[in-house]
Design a protein. Structure first.
Length: 395
């Protein structure tokens, strides 16, 4: 169902936890300690479907269940098809493996020269610094690793990873990920950032995090001061649905922006969550109003047990085409497929080009009108009185 945005509503409040003192609610450690992690805990607040019960029974073998109280409040507990509920509560479909699905769908292990480092692109590395998240998305690319439900036994080796980066002068860009790097203590995170800043050839430091979405309380003044000291630190957050764009998230993004952290968003195209143009438009508009630039829209990776989330690529192209020309260009993310097996991100774009010849390119605009742009350098002398002066044929 398409999302209809109510511009006056930015959800804020403690919902089911109204009895909790405000100081505790705003404490990110309290939020982590009070996460919902079991079927019994869930059943205190909602009635589970049979599919959800079966999914939860399997979660301990695939990807643990964990939801922060803050994020749980965003769920419609009466609607099994609530977009937040679909993302957070396991379902029986996770037990079914379809053709083409893989544990390591992006081939990260094959490109890992030392534990915690993935070196797939020539000038940048992925630095995995933890296997824990504040909450676990059921479509997680690294479900083999995060929460350790599959006995992957990942143990980050910070110093070994830092030494690898130091010894490879071609690495100018480091992306901290995991798990979620913002679950590290301020002390550990500052240590890593400070060490990276000491490496002369590292120009660009990025963090990929869903913590602002799951746990906006983590974005403390102290954390923002760390980013100021070691900035610029670029950050990609992960918002999939406009209901996730709350007053608390907006405030967290404001704090990050005022600390000099440029923000982008990476969404995953998910069936029943954001696979229609109205929902996506509402999402990207809210992101811009929070100072967050829509960056990527991912076709979901081929993770095991994820086929129930999969959207036809043609549908994704239709959504991007529906945005083009109907909203500001800043609001349009790049639709990409992270090529299975480690091929990297490949842009997937709607087909606006009709023909390219030696003389011209013929293309359509967002309304479907055909235009021609000459490619030759032949000079034609025209005057301002010529009716064709400055006009390109719009057939």
């Amino acid at each position: 169902m398409a999302y209809t945005e109510d511009r006056s509503q930015w959800y804020e409040g403690q919902g089911l936890w109204q009895h909790v003192p405000q100081a505790q609610w705003q404490d990110w450690i309290w939020q982590l300690k009070n996460r919902i992690t079991t079927k019994e805990h869930l059943e205190q607040y909602m009635t589970l479907t049979a599919e959800e019960e079966a999914g939860i029974a399997h979660a301990g073998q695939k990807l643990s269940l964990a939801i922060t109280p803050y994020f749980f409040n965003l769920m419609d507990r009466e609607n099994p098809n609530c977009p937040i509920r679909l993302q957070m509560i396991p379902r029986e479909a996770e037990t079914k493996i379809s053709a083409g699905e893989m544990l390591d769908s992006l081939g990260e292990d094959e490109h890992s020269p030392v534990p915690g480092i993935v070196h797939r692109y020539p000038d940048r590395v992925l630095f995995l610094v933890t296997d824990r998240c504040a909450a676990y998305c059921r479509y997680c690319t690294r479900s083999r690793l995060v929460s350790n439900a599959q006995d992957y036994n990942f143990h980050p080796e910070y110093e070994q990873g830092l030494r690898y980066i130091e010894s490879h002068p071609e690495v100018r860009d480091v992306l901290l990920s995991g798990g979620d790097p913002l679950l590290l203590s301020d002390r550990k995170l500052e240590h890593i950032l400070a060490r990276l800043r000491e490496i002369p050839h590292v120009e660009f430091i990025r963090i990929g995090s869903r913590i602002p979405v799951f746990l906006p309380q983590r974005i403390t003044p102290e954390l923002c001061e760390i980013f100021k000291r070691h900035g610029p630190i670029w950050m990609s957050i992960h918002v999939n649905h406009p209901s996730e764009a709350t007053a608390e998230l907006k405030a967290a993004c404001d704090r990050l922006s005022f600390a000099g952290v440029p923000l982008g968003n990476q969404s995953v195209l998910l069936a029943g969550v954001n696979d229609d143009a109205d929902t996506m438009k509402a999402l990207v508009h809210r992101l811009l109003r929070m100072r967050v630039r829509p960056y990527y829209l991912y076709q979901m990776d081929l993770i095991t047990g994820g086929s129930h989330f999969k959207v036809d690529v043609r549908r994704g192209l239709e959504i991007i085409k529906a945005l083009r020309g109907h909203t500001t260009g800043y609001a349009i993310p790049q639709y990409v497929i992270d090529a299975p097996g480690g091929g990297g991100k490949v842009p997937i774009n709607p087909d606006f080009v009709e023909e390219i010849t030696d003389e011209e390119i013929v293309f359509r605009n967002y309304e479907g009108n055909v235009y021609r742009y000459p490619l030759t350098a032949e000079v034609q002398i025209q005057t301002a009185s010529d009716p064709a002066y400055g006009v390109i044929d719009a057939g």
